[in-house]
Design a protein around this ligand. Structure first.
Ligand code: SF4
Length: 474
């Protein structure tokens, strides 16, 4: 058994964050230990992302830094996994021959073997497979949070959005069977997890593989039956497949949180068509209207891409107009940039950088104003906050701790003496900033959960970092 230590760096979306938990679990099952704070690890794993801008620059920059670390310590091993590894495979070893192992998104479990082989053969091992060998959730996992967990329900995507590299890297959608998912959630609840986030590139098409179009709403309802699970979230839905049975399940199931992240991408039908997003503006608005009729307090957030090839001023105005109409709780805005290997990269009508930047700034200004006003409308309301760890560090100046409300808004509040990570507290909102709410009144009610009790018993080194807040792709 090896007693080598490791560290994992993650770039990208929640899929990658979850894969990193699996990578850590796989390494620990093979005898590795997490490196102690401040010490140098024997193994550095970089879990890459090909979706975000400058992903390769970020990776090669990091690998450049690691070259000198490896010169000082030739025993150090470096492994690169994730979407960029899947895409660039041999290029990584050609550009950075000091890398020991390159593995893909479909074969995380081979990492310990590749590292052994690299050590024995003294040469880089590259192993990328084109389709999934082991469903990621069947691998051991080392969760980042003691009270909150990702649960993978599907991997891959059957859509072909022209700006997106995911389908070519993660493959066609594969759905996990409901029984397996529910068993994992029950086991998590037994370990003190009180919040789960169901994860898939397109959760609404869940069940397509085994021929049940209502499988996702059934799964949501079944989550409501699991004792101990207080908060259920999911990401990402897709407007194309979002059906009324899901809205009904959300409203009828007590532990499904009043929160919906519904990626829009553009308010213009012409741009949606060019993006190969097979819904249109009216359909999107119809879904929002139905959600609000049934779940009036739902916080709805979205993603928007500005400056997609061919986007005219009129197209952009339609996006602004939709954003004014819906008044989202938050909008994650992206400037379109070319991703090699995607159909949109080949489009000739690319928008000049300056124009994209100008539109982005106009959009951001509008969004910030709306989001702030929506937050201000919460002043005077009582919200229930799950006290977070990573986000919940006490602010020295104000003495406030942080956590997430049921609708996922970030709340800074004044703790009691015994408030701790994993508690659920009720507070009155007294002020609002553009991206968080504030409560400067004493806590109205506080409750220990199984998670907070277990965290209290655990040594500080094992205490969770809280659920990472990462972006969707769909
Ligand atoms: S953007 Fe989302 S739905 Fe579209 S192809 Fe990528 S992963 Fe699939």
């Amino acid at each position: 058994m090896s007693t080598k230590t490791y560290e994992v760096t993650t770039y990208g979306c929640q899929m990658n964050a979850h894969d990193s938990e699996r990578i850590s679990g796989t390494l620990e099952a093979a005898g590795y230990l997490p490196v102690a704070a401040g010490a140098d690890p024997d193994l550095i794993v970089i879990n890459t992302c090909a979706v975000r801008e400058n992903a390769d620059m970020k990776l090669y920059g990091r690998l450049g830094d690691l070259r000198s670390a490896k010169k000082i310590n030739p025993e150090l091993q470096i492994a690169v996994g994730g979407c960029l590894a899947q895409k660039d495979r041999n290029k990584i070893v050609a550009k950075a021959p000091w890398v020991d192992a390159v593995f893909g998104t479909h074969n995380l479990h081979v990492l310990p073997v590749l590292l052994e082989r690299a050590r024995a053969l003294e040469e880089a091992q590259v192993e990328i497979v084109e389709s999934l060998e082991v469903f990621p959730s069947d691998l051991p996992s080392k969760r980042e949070s003691a009270y909150s967990a990702w649960v993978s329900i599907s991997v891959g995507c059957n859509n072909t959005c022209t700006f997106c590299i995911v389908p070519s890297l993660r493959g066609k959608e594969k759905d996990r069977r409901p029984g397996e998912i529910l068993s994992e959630i029950k086991a998590l609840a037994d370990q003190g997890v009180i919040e789960i986030t169901l994860l898939g590139q397109n959760v609404n098409s869940y069940g397509a593989e085994f021929g049940d179009r209502t499988a996702f709403s059934k799964l949501l309802k079944a989550c409501g039956e699991i004792e101990g699970i207080e908060r259920v979230r999911f990401t990402s839905p897709h407007p194309k497949d979002f059906t009324d049975d899901v809205i009904e399940a959300m409203s009828e199931t007590k532990n499904i949180m009043p929160q919906l992240h519904m990626p829009l991408q553009s308010g213009s039908d012409d741009v949606l068509k060019a993006m190969r997003r097979s819904y249109r503006r009216d359909k999107y608005l119809g879904i929002i209207k139905r959600v609000r009729e049934v779940i009036p307090d739902a916080a709805i957030t979205t993603d928007v891409i500005v400056g997609f090839p061919g986007e005219s001023e009129a197209d952009f105005e339609q996006t602004l107009d939709l954003i004014r109409e819906v008044r989202f709780a938050n909008v994650f805005t992206f400037i379109y940039s070319i991703r090699p290997g995607t159909p949109a990269a080949e489009m000739e009508n690319q928008i000049p950088e300056q124009l994209k930047q100008a539109r982005y700034e106009r959009l951001a200004k509008e969004v910030n104003q709306i989001v702030w006003e929506e937050n201000q409308a919460r002043i005077g309301t009582i919200v229930e906050v799950l006290v977070a760890a990573g986000e919940g560090k006490k602010d020295k100046a104000t003495g406030r701790l942080s956590g997430r409300a049921k609708d996922n808004r970030l709340v800074h509040f004044i703790p009691d003496e015994d408030t701790q990570t994993g508690d659920i507290v009720q507070v009155e909102i007294t002020d609002a900033a553009p991206f968080h709410l504030i409560s400067d009144k004493p806590i109205l009610h506080s409750r220990k959960t199984l998670a907070s009790q277990l965290i209290n018993q655990t040594s500080s080194s094992a205490v969770s970092l809280g659920m990472p807040q990462v972006m969707s792709q769909s």
